[in-house]
Design a protein around this ligand. Structure first.
Ligand SMILES: C[S@@+](CC[C@H](N)C(=O)[O-])C[C@H]1O[C@@H](n2cnc3c(N)ncnc32)[C@H](O)[C@@H]1O
Length: 226
C-alpha cells in the first residue's frame, strides 16, 4: 500500500510515522508513506496557499490550485489508481469497518485542510471520499490523517506480529473486547478472575465471550443492534 499525505504542516507527521507500529510497517515494506508540503506546489515566491473567502466571513480558505497541482503530481508518480480522501468534519465517520475497507486500497492520497477550511471545488472535483474522525472540529486535518493512517496500517496483512490479535479486538463482530489481565495475579486486594488462571481454555473462551457481550450491552448497546 502507498499513502501520500498533502499538508501545510508535514513535519507534524513524524510523531506517528517514525514510531511504533507505523514505522515497523514501513520498515517491513508493508506500506510506503510520503508527506508533501502543499507550499511546494505553489507558483508564487511567497508560497501562498490560502486566501479570504468569497462573499466575506472570517478566516482563510485553502486554495484549490496548489491542491490540484499536488494531487496531479502525486498521481503521475503513482502507477495505477489512487483514491483521493479529504479529511473533513462533514465526511463519513471513520469506524473499524470503514478502516478495513480503506486498508484494501493500493494507493491513497490524503488531503489535510486547515484554517477555516478548504475551497469547495476540492471536495467537488478532486476528492473521491470525505472522511471525518468524529463529531468535533480540529484545527487541521493532520491529526485526523494520522488517526486514519494508524487505523488502517495495523490492518494490513503481516503488520501485527500475531494476526489473532485482530480477530479478538473491539468492534470485531460488533462486540467490544473482553477484559484483559496480566501478572501479578495478586496485587493489593484486586483479584484476577479465577477462570483466567485455571488453565481451562474452554472455560476461558466461554468467559471471554460472555464478558465481551456484557460489556458491549453495557457500554455500546448500539453495536448489538447493528
Ligand atoms: C478548523 S477545520 C474547518 C472546519 C470548517 N470550518 C467547518 O465548520 O466544517 C480545518 C480542517 O481541519 C480538518 N478537520 C477538522 N475536524 C475534523 C474532523 N472531525 N475529521 C476530519 N478532519 C477534520 C479538516 O481538514 C478541515 O478542513
Amino acid at each position: 500500500m502507498r499513502i501520500d499525505i498533502i499538508s501545510i504542516f508535514p513535519k507534524m507527521f513524524s510523531a506517528v510515522l517514525d514510531e511504533s507500529m507505523v514505522k515497523r510497517a514501513q520498515l517491513k515494506g508493508k506500506v510506503k508513506i510520503f508527506t508533501h508540503d502543499l507550499r511546494d506546489y505553489t507558483l508564487d515566491k511567497h508560497r501562498k496557499v490560502d486566501d479570504r473567502p468569497f462573499g466575506g466571513g472570517s478566516g482563510m480558505v485553502l486554495q484549490v490550485e496548489p491542491i490540484f497541482r499536488a494531487v496531479q503530481a502525486i498521481k503521475k508518480k503513482i502507477k495505477g489508481k489512487a483514491k483521493v480522501i479529504l479529511l473533513c468534519p462533514q465526511g463519513k465517520r471513520l469506524n473499524q469497518a470503514y478502516a478495513k475497507k480503506l486498508s484494501g486500497c493500493r494507493n491513497l492520497i490524503l488531503i489535510c485542510g486547515h484554517y477555516e477550511g478548504i475551497d469547495e471545488r476540492v471536495r467537488q472535483y478532486l476528492a473521491d471520499e470525505e472522511v471525518s474522525i468524529g463529531d468535533y472540529v480540529l484545527t487541521g486535518g493532520e491529526l485526523a490523517a494520522m488517526v486514519l493512517v494508524d487505523s488502517l496500517v495495523r490492518l494490513l496483512p503481516g503488520v501485527l506480529g500475531d494476526k489473532n490479535s485482530l480477530n479478538f479486538e473491539s468492534f470485531e463482530g460488533n462486540l467490544l473486547e473482553y477484559p484483559q489481565y496480566s501478572r501479578p495475579a495478586k496485587f493489593k486486594n484486586w483479584p484476577v478472575p479465577e477462570v483466567l488462571v485455571s488453565g481451562d481454555h474452554r472455560k476461558i473462551n466461554a468467559w471471554r465471550k460472555l464478558q465481551s457481550f456484557k460489556r458491549t450491552r453495557l457500554k455500546r448497546p448500539d453495536l448489538l443492534k447493528q
